[in-house]
Design a protein around this ligand. Structure first.
Ligand SMILES: NC(=O)c1ccc[n+]([C@@H]2O[C@H](COP(=O)([O-])OP(=O)(O)OC[C@H]3O[C@@H](n4cnc5c(N)ncnc54)[C@H](OP(=O)(O)O)[C@@H]3O)[C@@H](O)[C@H]2O)c1
Length: 355
């Protein structure tokens, strides 16, 4: 019923392009747009990855799939043609630095510069295409920090609380290359947009979870579930987020897609918007996870020790809410959908026993 109503909705006749359509957020965004009646130009690097998604998207003749790579200049020219807007969701998530390399130069040459040039490639295609009225860029909460310049916790984190670039280079906390690539790419994107009069809006995305359409378990779901799985790499990312923000800010994948669409279409949208449905300190996160999926007390205690003890900063989506956006899903739904989806795909065992 809801789906049929959405299909008859306002999307009729409008086309949007989505980059990174094979990813966690991108695949949901394609589905959400098609549900609402839009025509979608979905871009992907590897058509094989779309095979299982195409039936899930069920887009019929409103779905067009394009092969495009951020690293190839002009690669997006065809895909953005005729679109009213472009959702730039794609970004590389691979940041392995080989041992014995000069780590700073390696990070710059292999990850940060390609991330920047990739986004500029896409924006160049958009600026050449008259039909494109707005680009919505998927930014990250990793571009923000809850600590002020003296290292004290802020009461409220808003869009102005940018992580200082030199601090990230210096401290190299877990996930630092990703942080730099998002920070510097977004900065370059806004600079380019200003010069070439592209209307660019960015969504500062917090940790996204919920159910997933991808065949593999999304990295952010693995991060959220790391207190259960004990995966050292994803646990260290969760800890790094917690120590930068004082809590973990979360958003359901369907809400992050709704926020992207909302910001694409709102006449007064401009600049950056934090999109966080809720945030919780590590003990709350662990308790909520344990309610959905009981797991070892030993792991739980180790994680909770990481809390800093004071009242955590509010990670504020006021700017987004003031524009009229409201979230559909809260913490319990996020946890429940994430755990169930992970059980369905075999990432978590259905039956667990407490120690
Ligand atoms: N999930 C979160 O919690 C979260 C939080 C904050 C921000 N974000 C941002 O949200 C966006 C999507 O994240 P996600 O969680 O959906 O990640 P994801 O599942 O890893 O998706 C990334 C997408 O980008 C594509 N991509 C990577 N390199 C590309 C290239 N050179 N050319 C074209 N496409 C390329 C990938 O294609 P392949 O499938 O071919 O690899 C994939 O479709 C990213 O910009 C990320 O920084 C995510």
């Amino acid at each position: 019923m809801e789906e049929n109503e959405e299909r008859r909705g306002k999307g009729k006749g409008l086309s949007y392009c989505v980059t990174g359509a094979t990813g966690f957020i991108g695949s949901w965004l394609v589905k959400s747009l098609l549900r609402r009646g839009y025509t979608v130009h979905a871009t992907l690097r590897d058509p094989a990855k779309a095979l299982h998604l195409i039936p899930l998207w069920s887009g019929g003749d409103r779905l067009r799939v394009f092969r495009a790579n951020l690293q190839e200049e002009g690669s997006f020219d065809e895909a953005v043609k005729g679109c009213s807007g472009v959702f730039h969701v794609a970004a590389s998530m691979e940041f392995e630095v080989p041992a014995n390399e000069d780590i700073d130069s390696c990070a710059r040459a292999n990850f940060i510069e390609p991330a920047i040039s990739g986004t500029l490639n896409l924006l160049k295609s958009c600026s050449k295409t008259e039909s494109v009225k707005r680009v919505v860029f998927t930014s990250s909460i990793s571009t923000l920090t809850a600590k002020d310049s003296s290292g004290n916790w802020r009461n409220v984190v808003d869009e102005s609380c940018q992580t200082p670039v030199d601090h990230v280079w210096k401290t190299k906390a877990s996930g630092w290359i990703y942080v730099l690539s998002k920070l510097l790419t977004e900065e370059a994107a806004f600079q380019f947009a200003k010069q070439s009069e592209v209307d660019l809006v960015s969504v500062i995305t917090t940790t996204v979870a919920g159910s997933f359409l991808t065949e593999t378990v999304p990295a952010s779901v693995r991060v959220l579930l790391s207190p259960i799985t004990g995966d050292p790499m994803f646990s260290s990312i969760l800890s790094a987020v917690n120590s930068r923000m004082g809590s973990i800010a979360l958003v359901h994948v369907e809400d992050i897609c709704s926020a992207h669409m909302f910001l694409m279409e709102h006449a007064r949208a401009e600049g950056r918007y934090i999109c966080s449905a809720c945030s919780c300190v590590m003990s709350e996160l662990v308790n909520h996870l344990a309610k959905e999926y009981p797991f070892s007390n030993l792991q739980r205690c180790a994680l909770v020790e990481e809390e800093h003890g004071s009242v955590p900063s509010e990670i504020s989506s006021k700017k987004l809410r003031d524009l009229g956006f409201s979230f559909k899903y809260g913490l319990e739904d996020i946890m429940n959908h994430t755990v169930n989806s992970s059980i369905d795909c075999g990432f978590l065992y259905p039956n667990v026993k407490l120690d």
